[in-house]
Design a protein around this ligand. Structure first.
Ligand code: GDP
Ligand code: CA
Length: 330
C-alpha cells in the first residue's frame, strides 16, 4: 500500500471544511494527495450572484482565511455592502454576505457569465491560495442542483410550500417541520469533470463528519457518484457527525428525522450501509461516547473504530484525520 496515499474527501461546509484542514495537514506530512468533492446543493442565486456556501467554507477553510469562530465566511470581514443592499431591499436581510465574501461571489458570477463552468470557476478561486490550500477542490457537479425543503403550510391557505434549503436553515433555523427534501436539477446532473476519475484512482474515499442528508446525501445523489464510491478500489471510511445521539453543531437531527434515519452514530452508519452488503462503507469512526454502539456497527458489516471525534482545535482534528487514514489502512 502507498505510504503517500491519495484520498478523496466527500464534504459539506462547516464540519467538512474543519475536517479537511486536519486531513490536508496529515496528508501533506506524508506526501499524500487530497481531492475534495464539495456539496453544491446549498448553492443559490441571490442579489444577482451565485453563492456557494459549502464550497466557500471549504475554500476559505483550507486557505486559512475562514472566520473559524463563526465556522463560515472570511475572517475579519465587514458588512458595509450588505448594509447598502439591505437599505435597497436587495437579497435576504437575514442572510449575511460580508464584503470580502462578496468579492468571491462577484468574481464567480462574473466568470460564470463569461461562460466558464463551475469547475473552472472553482479552479480559479483556489488558484489564488494554491500553496496554502494544498488540495484540489472540485464541485460535485457543474449542473445547477439545489436542495429545497417542502413544508406543510399551517397558514390559512393550507397546502405545501417549498423553500430553498438556506431559507429553512438560516432564516427558520430548521424549526419549520419539513415533509421532505428535494434536489431539483439532480436527475439530469453529471459528476463534475475529474470527480469519477479521482474516486477511481484514490487509495481511500472518506466521508467527512458532514450532514449525512443535506451535505453528503446530494453528493451521492449525483447520478454516477454513488456507483463510483461503491466500486472504488480504495477503502471507504466515514466519520460520524453524530456524537452521543446529537449533532455537534447544526440541526442534522431534524434532517435525519425527515429522512427516517435514527440520530445516532450507528443509525447514520446504517444509512450509508456496508459495502459488503450493497452499501458504501468499509469502516466507520464513532466517538468514545458511543463505544457501546460499536458492536451494532460491526454487525452491519462495517469495521467500527472508536476514537475521539471532537474537532476541538487543530491537534485533535489532525489526530482524527490520522485515525481516519489508519482505518483506511494507512
Ligand atoms: P454545513 O454544510 O455547514 O452544515 O456543514 P457540514 O455538513 O460539513 O457539517 C455539519 C456537521 O458537522 C454537523 O452534523 C455536526 O454534527 C458535524 N460536526 C461539527 N463539528 C464536529 C466535530 O467536532 N466532530 C464531529 N464528529 N462532527 C462535527
Ligand atoms: Ca451546507
Amino acid at each position: 500500500m502507498s505510504a503517500s496515499p491519495s484520498v478523496v474527501l466527500l464534504a459539506g461546509g462547516a464540519g467538512g471544511s474543519a475536517f479537511a484542514v486536519g486531513l490536508r495537514d496529515e496528508l501533506r506530512a506524508r506526501g499524500g494527495e487530497l481531492t475534495v468533492v464539495c456539496n453544491t446543493a446549498d448553492d443559490l442565486w441571490l442579489a444577482g450572484l451565485r453563492i456557494q456556501p459549502d464550497v466557500d467554507s471549504m475554500l476559505y477553510g483550507l486557505a486559512g482565511v475562514k472566520d473559524t469562530a463563526k465556522g463560515w465566511g472570511r475572517a475579519g470581514d465587514s458588512l458595509r455592502v450588505a448594509a447598502e443592499l439591505h437599505a435597497w431591499g436587495v437579497g435576504w436581510d437575514w442572510f449575511e454576505l460580508g464584503d470580502l465574501d462578496l468579492g468571491a461571489h462577484i468574481s464567480r458570477t462574473s466568470w460564470l457569465r463569461e461562460g466558464a463552468s463551475p469547475t473552472t470557476v472553482l479552479a480559479r478561486l483556489q488558484a489564488r491560495w494554491r500553496d496554502e490550500i494544498g488540495a484540489t477542490l472540485l464541485p460535485m457537479t457543474d449542473a445547477e442542483v439545489e436542495t429545497h425543503v417542502v413544508i406543510e403550510d399551517s397558514g390559512d391557505a393550507g397546502g405545501a410550500v417549498t423553500i430553498h434549503f438556506q431559507e429553512w436553515w438560516t432564516r427558520y433555523r430548521a424549526t419549520r417541520e419539513p415533509e421532505r427534501f428535494e434536489n431539483p436539477g439532480m436527475t439530469g446532473a453529471r459528476p463534475a469533470p475529474g470527480v469519477l476519475e479521482a474516486i477511481a484512482r484514490a487509495d481511500a474515499v472518506v466521508f467527512a463528519p458532514s450532514n449525512p442528508i443535506v451535505s453528503i446525501g446530494p453528493i451521492l445523489a449525483v447520478p454516477g457518484i454513488r456507483d463510483a464510491v461503491a466500486a472504488a478500489p480504495g477503502r471507504v471510511v466515514g466519520v460520524s457527525p453524530i456524537i452521543g445521539g446529537a449533532p455537534v453543531r447544526g440541526m442534522a437531527d431534524v434532517c435525519l428525522r425527515v429522512a427516517g434515519v435514527p440520530c445516532s452514530a450507528d443509525g447514520v452508519a446504517g444509512h450509508f450501509g456496508a459495502r459488503a452488503d450493497g452499501g458504501l462503507l468499509d469502516a466507520w469512526l464513532l466517538a468514545e461516547e458511543d463505544a457501546a454502539l460499536a458492536p451494532a456497527v460491526a454487525s452491519l458489516g462495517i469495521d467500527a473504530h472508536v476514537r475521539p471525534l471532537w474537532m476541538a482545535g487543530p491537534d485533535l482534528t489532525r489526530a482524527l484525520a490520522a485515525d481516519t487514514l489508519a482505518a483506511a489502512g494507512f
